[in-house]
Structures are given as C-alpha cells and as structure tokens.
Design a protein around this ligand. Sequence first.
Ligand code: ZN
Length: 339
Amino acid sequence: MSLPAAALADGKGALTLGAYSSPKPFWERGARLDEFGINAVLVGSGAIDDALLRRARAEGARVFAEFAAFNGSGWLKDGRHSDAWPVDETGKPSPKQTWFLGVCPTNEEFLRWRLAELEKLVSRYSLDGVWLDYMHWHAQFEDPQPGLPETCFNASCLERFRRDTGLHVSGAADILGRHERAWREWRCSIVVDFARRVRAVLARHAPKMLLGNFQCAWRDDEHDGARRRILGLDLPALAKVFDVLSPMVYHGRSGRPVEWVRQNVEWLAATVGGVKVWPIVQAWSDPHGHKVSAGEFEHALRGGLSGGASGVMMFTIGAVAEDPEKMDVLKRVYRGLAA
Ligand SMILES: [Zn+2]
C-alpha cells in the first residue's frame, strides 16, 4: 500500500511516526528509536523521567506525555471523595463499567487537583506535548459491548446546569423529560471547558507544547449517537481546542475488522477540520481474546495513516517489542515512510 497523497501534504518528513507507552521494553531488546524510524514517543505521565527524555531525544524522538483527565479510580478509591462519584438518573452512584470508573466532571476539587498535577508535570519536564486521556463522562467505550450509563445528576451537576442554562429543573426525570437537548449540549460544553482550562495551563507554563487528545473512535451515528449523547464529546468543538486528535482505533478490542481503521480515520479527517489526526492502532494481543498478527498490525498501521492523517502510533510499543515479526513490520513501514 502506498502512502495516500493527503498524508504527504506536509511533506514526508512531517509525518509523526509514533510509539505509545514507555519505550523501555523496546530498548531492552537492544533497539534504537531512530533505527526504526520512530520520531515520537507518547508515554504515561507517571513513567516520564529525565533519563527517558534524554535517551528518546538523543535518538531523534519528540516526547509527549499522556495525562489522565476524568479517570476517577484513584480519587474515589476506598470510599474517598464520594461527592465526586458519578450519579445516575435514579440518584444512585453509577457503577464501574468493566475496568473503567469515571468521575463527576463538575467536581471542582477534583478538577483543580488534575490541573495542579498537570501544572507540575509541564513545569518539571520540558516536553513536546500533552495528550489528554479519559476525557469524557463516565462510560466504557473500549469494549465491544459498551457500558453507557446516564450520568451525572449529583448536586454539583444539577447546580451547574441550572446556573449555566438558567433553566429551572427539579432533577433527572425533569431534565430528561423536558430539557434533554439542552442537557446533552451542556454536558458537551463541560468537557470542552475542561480542555480549555488545560490549554490555559499550557499557555502559562509551556506555550509551545502540543495539546492532543485520545478520542473515542465512534462515528456520530454509532450506538445511537452515544459519543455525543453519553460520552459528551462534540468533535467539532474539541477540534477548536486541540492541536491533534488521536482516535483509539483498537480494531481487535472493539470487535471490528482491521479495515475499520482506515474507514474510521477517513471519516474523522473528513468530519473535523483544522486539527491534526494521529490515530493510535492496536498491536497488542489480548491473552484472553483477539490475537493481532504481524500482518494485521501492518494493515492497521498503514490504515492509520490514510485519509488525511499526518501521524500514527501503536498500542503498545511493548507489544511490538515482544514479537520479532511485529518489530520487522514496524521497521519496514516506518523506515519506508521516513526515508
Ligand atoms: Zn456530577
């Protein structure tokens, strides 16, 4: 498969040939990032240190930190901060959805804590950018059978909804019965508002850093419009705040054929303008489920660079490092594109 013309629009050198998660397993195989054509690594904020930054840069790679937005698992652990637990339309705490637990995204104490953590990260390390992860209302979209609860109707959200919209509402039934449209739009605005606050932190401390976002890869019409309706994600509005959107096109985990990667990236690039698209594709094999072959990984990687995308990365570089055939694929594809 040759590289689509759109991906070449900025010139070949502009492509971001990325690797997600700590490159340590890759380095432990004796490999170098530049030898494989990798020019960017995207690493969880907790795994960033000076040695990693030095080595990645010495091998020609930019370093981006993944930063969790609305992941409530640590904050809500052991019954703490119960006021930040997402509440469903019956007034009960909304349960964890498989492995994921979100948070009430209007809980100001939680939000300030995340922004303070971000400030520490970008002040401490000279990074090339920050990628927000888990930035959506509580739900699970990474499983073939998604968990899509209606949240959040706690005191904080009701009060903020009333204040922002001027609507007099008595509770969840009233909102969903009479003001559903305003509610869904307001939920999207809450997510955009947080993204803007993150942007403001970068503007103060690290204005040159790129701001990216790992995104749910559903189209508008899938799951009854759940990306907007339940997750609260308005792509055109988010595209105005972020420099890069990274749809998580995990075909195996989502129970989709590998061709879906290309189709989804083409759809996204055509739907949002003015923002770069760097998808993250699946290299990882589920020990209890779908195994991603080296051939499938190649298909996903090339599909990820179609339709106007100007970068790609894989979940995860560790999964590539443990399979010599995937290492060969990575080297061939990236070196071919970087040449
Ligand atoms: Zn809430």
